[in-house]
Design a protein around this ligand. Structure first.
Ligand SMILES: CCS(=O)(=O)c1ccc(CC(=O)Nc2nc(-c3ccccc3)c(C(=O)c3ccccc3CC(C)C)s2)cc1
Length: 244
């Protein structure tokens, strides 16, 4: 890869990240201290488990749709077979949503952007999956500590998605070639920012993301057994397609 190619690759991934971001950082900086009132907390906490799960699943699916758009513009992703594209999105889209969400985490009052305001762990009590929620908050905290730039987040998100170690890939070699070019892009960006030491930390974060997503799948299995009707007929089709 000549340097020009790497620069072009980074530029197209950063552009795609920006165009599929759903919210811009400066937009949410303005909302940072817009928190839910006590009454609003109580309203969320008095929702039934299946109502709150459905509420969240709809928002999560909304966020995932933007990640699907992001993936389509990663150079090389569309050259992969349909099945490999689906396989990468099945396991990677939730991970990218978590990376993106951690940008809008207020570490001063431990709140995450949800339904237009910033919510603490307590608001999600009726989901009955405190360990998953706590793990998501801890991950967001950890990511904020790295103080990644939007360009670094864009390349990291692409690397999270283009992972040749994912299960059930038809042409692993082809995914490896795309993954290696994205890896070179991230290395290039971090070197340019004089932050080579971040690479190792980002690989550690990828391991945490994998455990977070398997915890999410475990909770979803528990939920679908307990509320089969909600899970099968009231969850968004894309959520079921990707996670169930
Ligand atoms: C992702 C693109 S973005 O522009 O950054 C963006 C775009 C849009 C928003 C608003 C938004 O949908 N926030 C949500 N927050 C949470 C959440 C919830 C519990 C703790 C922490 C965050 C949502 C979830 O449904 C969720 C997320 C991770 C794991 C588990 C769940 C619960 C489900 C599986 C039952 S949706 C935020 C950020």
């Amino acid at each position: 890869h000549s340097l020009r190619n790497i620069d072009e690759l980074c530029a197209s991934i950063v552009r795609s990240h920006r165009e599929t971001s759903q919210y811009r950082v400066e937009e949410l900086q303005a909302l940072k201290w817009k928190v839910f009132s006590r009454e609003e907390y109580q309203a969320y906490q008095s929702k039934s488990v299946d109502e709150m799960w459905q509420h969240c699943a709809i928002r999560l699916t909304d966020a995932v749709q933007y990640v699907v758009e992001f993936a389509k513009h990663i150079p090389g992703f569309r050259m992969l077979s349909q099945n490999d594209q689906i396989a990468l999105l099945k396991t990677g889209s939730m991970e990218v949503v978590l990376v993106r969400m951690s940008r809008f985490f207020n570490t001063e009052n431990n709140t995450v952007f949800f339904d237009g305001k910033f919510a603490g762990v307590e608001l999600f009590k009726s989901l009955a999956c405190g360990d998953l929620i706590t793990a998501v908050f801890d991950f967001a905290h950890d990511m904020c500590a790295l103080k990644l730039t939007e360009q670094q987040i864009a390349l990291f998100s692409a690397l999270v998605l283009i992972n040749a170690d994912r299960p059930c890939l038809e042409d692993r070699g082809k995914v490896q070639r795309v993954q290696r070019s994205v890896e070179m892009g991230l290395t290039h960006i971090l070197h340019r920012d004089n932050q080579d030491s971040l690479m190792h930390k980002l690989y550690q974060r990828m391991a945490v993301l994998r455990s977070l997503c398997s915890l999410h799948m475990e909770k979803l299995r528990w939920f679908s057994q307990r509320y089969p009707l909600t899970a099968h007929s009231l969850f968004p089709p894309l959520y079921k397609e990707l996670f169930a």
